[in-house]
Design a protein around this ligand. Structure first.
Ligand SMILES: [Zn+2]
Length: 101
């Protein structure tokens, strides 16, 4: 039995990460609004995020370093994970700030 880190995307609040057991659910409730959020595959993750950002016109494309998989190749999964957590946190905070201002 193993747990995997997965990204889910709320249409309103953006991506969030969750640890799930296989087989992982296709949808999870958003931690902010409870809306059903679709699971994202890791590869198209950025594409999806960019698509959302482009559609709303509120977000800049993420820096390339966000998905720097060299950390994983070197076995630094925790660092990679932390940097992604930080990135999504910033992303969400910026979205919230923009929507309030
Ligand atoms: Zn939400």
């Amino acid at each position: 039995m193993s747990f995997i880190a997965l990204d889910y995307l709320c249409a309103e609040h953006g991506p969030f990460e969750s640890f799930e057991r296989r087989p992982a659910p296709e949808h999870l409730p958003c931690p902010d609004c409870g809306a059903a959020s679709e699971r994202m595959m890791s590869a198209p993750l950025l594409k999806t995020t960019w698509a959302v950002a482009a559609t709303t016109g509120k977000s800049d494309p993420p820096p390339p370093s966000v998905m720097n998989t060299e950390l994983i190749a070197d076995g630094h999964w925790d660092k990679y994970h932390n940097s992604r957590q930080r990135y999504w946190q910033d992303w969400r905070e910026q979205r919230i700030k923009r929507s309030v201002s």
